[in-house]
Design a protein around this ligand. Structure first.
Ligand code: AMP
Length: 498
């Protein structure tokens, strides 16, 4: 059984609830998923799509979006989930790079895409849109296209926060392996109810958030987006929650307490670093310890704090079973503990390469088949791994390496500081100069000297920020990642005339 959908299909006969709305209404059962995804599969075939063809979808989160995704899986089509925030130019790149046969958009957006060469259909909530109408009038196709574990199920376009996005080819085998590993590692049971508030165009909400309940046959409290109000109301009916760090800070600000989280078995955080201060505030406020894990589009999840055993603040935990991790220096040799190095990973969860991009694929793997993640990590003597930053973020100032994360952790501990981002800016003398962008706590006054004096007491002189900027908010993308490229662009002329 190498078609991922066959694993989901094991639960259809039970007529269990699958999607429950934020009003507590059952939106779909497992039976509905099978029936409706079969209708979409029939429609896609009727539109002329054949196994291996690419279906790009830029649609809002809805039960219909899940039916479409499952229809693609069962038909052997390759699904391309696209962030709803992408504009026309970005879309042009994805469609032509992937050679997509079909583009699925929101009904209200159809006219914007009339000019496209690719066939455009629409799908919206409550079965609106041309594709939904066709599916509603179609019989449910029971066929499940046989797939090998290496056949591609999804292409996710990813660029981190810089560079032209590349299409990561994720196979049915990658998804099955990672899903099954996580179910075991996180102790998923038939009693679990996931509160799902993440977007479904990204690895976190799509692969982790949807696949685990679908593989286990458990219900999903399916919220179209994150809001602290609806999350607080739904927590008593849930046992597991998955969020990006911003969700946790917002819930802390908006009144999460022991009572509202009493029914919860597991709070999981990922996609961006969880501050140690958030980790401890959460424990103090709710009595629960957040489980932080690390993954990426290309690999799914690689490293996780343990379900039983210590969850260590500021770390992403231990390699998941079946995932091999190496942290190496520039010669590819393992670094000593607590020393930053490049993180490499290998396992059945790791993708096979970038679509249409053999050069980038070759660059991204070592001869032994490790994927070079581009993240810098360190490992402590107990085997807990910390993500220290992105290698592209590394600052080289006067020939010396500086890891922004080390400085951000220190800045965040300083009383007036709420959050920080450390960046390198072009400098005539040093090549790059370390600079800090600071969000202050309410009522704290911006004082660059105070920040620099504090850092002088903490670190070697070459790591002390040469400039300090203050802002109300760090720019973040929808997955909570700080967009340092925007900060670098904003301040690039600080030391060099334009
Ligand atoms: P994406 O492919 O969009 O999921 O982005 C993956 C990147 O997010 C990784 O390469 C890391 O840089 C970052 N990331 C994911 N999880 C964590 C985490 N728990 N802590 C720090 N960074 C993380």
């Amino acid at each position: 059984m190498s078609n991922l959908y066959q694993r989901f299909q094991q639960h259809v006969s039970t007529d269990k609830p699958l999607l429950i709305s934020d009003q507590g209404k059952t939106l779909a059962s497992y039976q509905d998923l099978d029936e409706k995804s079969g209708q979409y599969a029939h429609t896609l075939k009727h539109l002329g799509l054949k196994p291996g063809d690419r279906v790009a979808a830029q649609i809002e989160k809805s039960p219909e979006a899940l039916y479409l995704y499952c229809a693609c899986l069962r038909s052997g089509l390759i699904y391309l989930p696209l962030n709803t925030a992408y504009g026309h130019q970005e879309l042009d790149h994805f469609l032509s790079d992937a050679g997509a046969t079909l583009l699925v958009v929101e009904p209200s957006k159809t006219s914007e895409h009339r000019h496209r060469e690719v066939k455009v259909v629409s799908l919206g909530e409550h079965s609106s849109g041309s594709l939904s109408s066709l599916a509603a009038a179609s019989p449910s196709d029971p066929n499940i296209e046989p797939r090998t574990e290496n056949d591609i199920a999804v292409i996710i376009y990813t660029s981190g926060t810089t560079g032209l996005p590349k299409g990561a080819m994720i196979s049915h085998g990658n998804l099955i392996s990672n899903g099954e590993t996580l179910l075991k590692a996180w102790g998923w049971s038939a009693e679990d109810v996931l509160l799902h508030t993440l977007p479904v165009f990204h690895v976190h909400g799509l692969f982790v958030g949807l696949h685990l309940p679908l593989l286990a046959g458990t219900p999903i409290l399916f919220h179209s987006s994150f809001s602290t109000k609806t999350v607080l109301a739904a927590l008593p009916s849930a046992t597991v929650f998955m969020g990006v760090p911003t969700y946790y800070t917002r819930l802390l600000n908006d009144g999460i307490d022991q009572q509202s989280s009493a029914n919860m078995r597991l709070f999981i955080s990922g996609s961006a670093p969880l501050l140690a201060t958030t980790f401890s505030a959460w424990e103090q406020t709710t009595g629960k310890i957040i489980l932080e894990r690390y993954g990426m589009s290309e690999t799914g999840m690689n490293i996780s704090n343990p379900l039983t055993g210590e969850r260590r603040a500021g770390t992403v935990g231990l390699p998941l079973p079946g995932v091999e991790c190496r942290i190496v220096d520039e010669k590819g040799l393992a670094v000593a503990s607590d020393t930053p190095g490049d993180l490499w990973v290998k396992g059945a969860n790791v993708f096979s390469g970038y679509w249409n991009n053999p050069d980038k694929t070759a660059e991204s793997f070592t001869e032994e088949g490790f994927f070079i993640t581009g993240d810098i990590a360190s490992i402590d003597p107990d085997g807990y791994i910390s993500i220290v930053g992105r290698s592209k973020d590394l600052i080289i100032s006067g020939g010396l390496n500086i890891y922004p994360k080390e400085l951000e952790l220190l800045l965040d501990k300083f009383e007036p500081v709420s959050e920080s981002a450390v960046i390198g800016l072009p400098h005539p003398d040093f090549g790059e100069a370390v600079c800090a962008v600071i969000v202050l706590k309410p009522n704290a006054l911006p004082d660059a000297d105070e920040i620099q004096n504090y850092m002088r007491q903490q670190v070697a002189n070459f790591k002390v920020p040469k400039a300090v900027f203050f802002t109300d908010q760090l720019p973040r993308n929808s997955m909570s990642k700080v967009q340092k490229n925007l900060l670098r662009d904003q301040h690039q002329d600080t030391f060099i005339a334009p």
